[in-house]
Design a protein around this ligand. Sequence first.
Ligand code: IDP
Ligand code: MG
Length: 139
Amino acid sequence: MAGRRTFTMIKPEAVAAGHAGKILDLIISRGFRIVAMKYTRLSHKEAGAFYAVHQERPFYGELVDYMASGPIYAAILEKDNAVEDFRKLVGATDPANAEAGTIRKQFAESKAKNAVHGSDSDDNALIEGHFFFSSRECY
Ligand code: IDP
Ligand code: MG
């Protein structure tokens, strides 16, 4: 059975552009409940650890620099079928390929600076949520 939780980040360029409120409004209006949330900034080392699964990919260095470049919102979200439904709301990695109505279509700058993160599996949702939050920060 699909899990009920996923993990998201509103990435630095979307926060800097002032899109965080609209993105959160969209997420909540689609039926996701916020279980935990914080406004924070990843160090270079932390961003490298978070994205360690991508360390062999050519864009890893660029991705780590970008994700450490400014503050983000990190959150755990809850809904039936959370991971899959949130990925649908987020849209394709490259906003040029994202469907109308998705977060990336509306708010992403580019394939690299694509506004939001969404976990790709229940296992990764748990790992990524634990990266930012202790159990006493989840409600
Ligand atoms: P996803 O966020 O849609 O799951 P992934 O392939 O897991 O996409 O890549 C993680 C993140 O790495 C993307 O969200 C994006 O910020 C960045 N990224 C992906 N592909 C590229 C690329 O070709 N150039 C630069 N950055 C990229
Ligand atoms: Mg991914």
